[in-house]
Structure formats: structure tokens, C-alpha cells
Design a binder for this molecule. Structure first.
Ligand SMILES: [Zn+2]
Length: 88
């Protein structure tokens, strides 16, 4: 398996992550547009590929599969990395 392969059996759509995103950002996020820093595609958060089977949440671009958001809760503190999303 190369680093770009992932287990699609763990994949959900971004809408399935709505509850986690609400907890992190304090508001509805699935209809927010985001731009992928890797391929430039602009899409709604709800259309991203979500993986929630690990210790946290990972959202990937459905076009190029780049990771756009990672989050995990450590000792009750939400840690979020969104460096791969371009501000629009
Ligand atoms: Zn992309």
C-alpha cells in the first residue's frame, strides 16, 4: 500500500462529520466552501471524504485525495489542523 491509498471501508461523506465539526467550530460547517491547497478545487465541507475510524477525524479532497483537515481530542482538548485548506 502506498501512502496515497486508504481503506475506503472507513470512508463516510463530509456530512457524516457534521457533529464533530459542530463541536470543533461551534457552528454548522458542511455548507462552507473550502479550497484544496493541492489541486485548487473549491467544494463544500460536506462533500469531502471523511474518515472517522481512527483516533480522530480526517477530511480528504474527493478530487486529489489530499488531507484537508485532521482533528483529534486529547485529554478533552480539540486539536485541529487545517493548514491544507486555502482561505477564500
Ligand atoms: Zn484536492
Amino acid at each position: 500500500m502506498n501512502r496515497d491509498e486508504f481503506d475506503r471501508s472507513l470512508m463516510l461523506d463530509g456530512n457524516a462529520a457534521a457533529g464533530d465539526l459542530m463541536e470543533i467550530f461551534g457552528r454548522e460547517m458542511t455548507e462552507e466552501p473550502v479550497e484544496c491547497s493541492n489541486c485548487g478545487r473549491v467544494q463544500f465541507v460536506g462533500s469531502l471524504m471523511a474518515f472517522a475510524g481512527g483516533p480522530g477525524l480526517v477530511l480528504r479532497c474527493p478530487s486529489c485525495h489530499a488531507v484537508l483537515l485532521c482533528s483529534a481530542s486529547l485529554r478533552g482538548i480539540a486539536c485541529v489542523d487545517v493548514r491544507w485548506i486555502l482561505a477564500s
